[in-house]
Design a binder for this molecule. Structure first.
Ligand code: HEM
Length: 489
């Protein structure tokens, strides 16, 4: 369209040129047009998507900023298909939502940024750090986490008034954040903390993280634009550093080291051996502490809304809990027997995901799904969209039928995939089961009348975090005994 407009302008201009410009201008204009064509010709890629077109393509960046990433991607996918090229911060970025391509991409590509683990794009550093996370999130730590989750959920349910407003509504998202922070602290750090204060700092940290992630470089040249976000990141960092300092002091005074050294102790000892820097230790502890209060808490919150909206699914889960576990607390050997709950968890993560975009950078030239991909290309894998395009019999409905048949893992990747996939995916599954079983046993969930998932507004399209200020975050927790009694009457 733009070229056509330019063409028309060119016709009008040439008709007036002889009167106002010397004749030499025409060949110069033609030369400029010729150079323009050559420049664009070099940019022509076989991958569908807006071209560079003298910098007009990168303006898409700004579209991301005002539309939100999720919405903008859906629009672009409609225009260009499931494998497309866009420009983010002037850099070529591929957006893929096909399972065939995604599977290839993980072999060749790796994530971005250079600190801690989550967005560490220094492969050598990341390789040193990942084993600390993998060890803490599996084996004995994973088994211990089940009892920790049960205990923490019970304790928080006993203090529900802390998250209940004057009308008796519970801020379910905050409730889940407090439980997930408490369980993470118990297993990974073990220093008493002010839950409300740290939860707030984590929320602000993520708001900042989401807001800054896809901003173009120019944004960071104007300090007042990013100052508030920088402060949020600094606040959480400082709060965690104080806790780690307390941990260091505790470790320096204990006579006999505990048999079970937790995650923070392992890192601190690695630092004293000279294997890690203090800064890296702090960043790793911070990321371990925020991982569950971010993803897991929002996932559980969505699950509570889905349970409230689907009483038949709730009934089936309750029957299963009674049959498999009875009246005792859930234990590790119950996990694989909770089939209905597992299908519910999977279907919830498919239908209402908390993370639907995964990012990589190509380490070398490659061909993905027939398209050439240059080394250094950023790639965003749209797994949320992929989960609604392929394999599932009722992709746009929430139904456990979608998981009735065994789902090949290539079609369902809520935790990402490959060496860079979620290192907490196994512990996340047991945590979700332990918290849900303990909560559902005692309470029935209800959302305010007329409100449901459809009313959830997202605070940012990059992840699916609900907007903190909307009333849907509030729910009713009805004690089961009262509900059963009412039904008997
Ligand atoms: C329902 C809960 C969760 C979901 C949906 C989730 C999802 C994800 C996804 C999609 C990624 C990116 C994977 C990729 O790039 O391929 C990721 C990475 C990660 N997750 Fe999770 N996650 C969850 C829970 C957790 C928990 C409980 C922990 C730890 C306590 C955790 C720790 C991490 C870490 C450390 C990474 C970065 C891994 C790396 O870059 O090597 N996650 N997660």
């Amino acid at each position: 369209m733009i070229l056509e407009t330019l063409n028309l302008m060119h016709c009008n201009i040439t008709s007036v040129v002889p009167e106002v410009m010397p004749t030499a201008t025409v060949p110069i204009l033609l030369l400029v047009c010729f150079l323009f064509l050559i420049w664009n010709y070099e940019e022509i890629s076989s991958i569908p998507g807006p071209g560079f077109c003298m910098g007009i393509g990168p303006l898409i960046t700004w579209r991301f900023l005002w539309m939100g990433v999720g919405q903008c991607l859906q629009l672009l996918h409609k225009m260009y298909g499931e494998f497309m090229r866009v420009w983010i911060s002037g850099e070529e970025t591929l957006i893929i939502s096909k399972s065939s391509s995604i599977f290839h991409a993980w072999v060749q590509c790796i994530g971005m940024h250079e600190n801690g683990i989550i967005f560490n794009n220094n492969p050598a550093l990341w390789k040193e750090i990942r084993p600390f996370f993998a060890k803490a999130l599996s084996g004995p730590g994973l088994v211990r986490m089940i009892a920790i989750c049960v205990e923490s959920t019970k304790n928080h349910l006993d203090r529900l008034e802390n998250v209940t407003n004057g009308l008796g509504n519970i801020n379910a998202l905050n409730f889940m954040r407090q439980i997930t922070l408490d369980t993470s602290n118990t297993l990974f750090l073990g220093i008493p903390l002010d839950e409300n204060a740290v939860v707030l700092k984590i929320q602000n940290y993520f708001d900042a993280w989401q807001a800054l992630l896809l901003k173009p470089d120019i944004f960071f040249k104007i300090s007042w634009l990013y100052k508030k976000y920088e402060k949020s990141a600094k606040d959480l960092k400082e709060a965690i550093e104080i806790l780690i300092e307390q941990k260091r002091q505790r470790l320096s005074t204990v006579e006999k080291l505990e048999e079970r050294m937790d995650f923070a102790s392992q890192l601190i000892f690695a630092q004293s051996r000279g294997d890690l820097t203090g800064e890296n230790v702090n960043q790793c502890v911070l990321e371990m502490m925020i991982a569950a209060p971010d993803t897991l808490s929002v996932t559980l919150f969505f699950m509570l809304v889905l349970i409230a909206e689907h009483p038949k699914v709730e009934e089936d889960m309750m029957k299963e809990i009674q049959a498999v576990i009875g009246d005792r607390d859930i234990q590790s050997n119950d996990m694989s027997n909770l089939r209905v709950m597992e299908n519910f968890i999977n279907e919830s993560m498919r239908y209402q995901p908390v993370v639907d975009l995964v990012m990589r950078k190509a380490l070398q030239d490659d061909v993905i799904d027939g398209y050439p991909v240059k080394s250094g290309t950023n790639i965003i894998l749209n797994i949320g969209r992929m989960h609604k395009l392929e394999f599932f019999p009722k992709p746009n409905e929430f139904t456990l039928e979608n998981f009735e048949k065994n789902v090949p893992s290539r079609y369902f990747q809520p935790f990402g995939f490959g060496p860079r996939g979620c290192v907490g995916k196994f512990i996340a599954m047991v945590m979700m089961k332990a918290i849900l079983v303990t909560l559902l046993r005692r309470y029935r969930i209800q959302t305010p009348k007329g409100r449901g998932l459809k009313n959830i507004q997202k605070s940012n399209d990059l992840s699916m975090h609900p907007n903190e200020r909307q009333p849907l975050l509030e729910m009713f927790f009805m004690p089961r005994r009262n509900v059963d009694k009412c039904q008997d009457d």
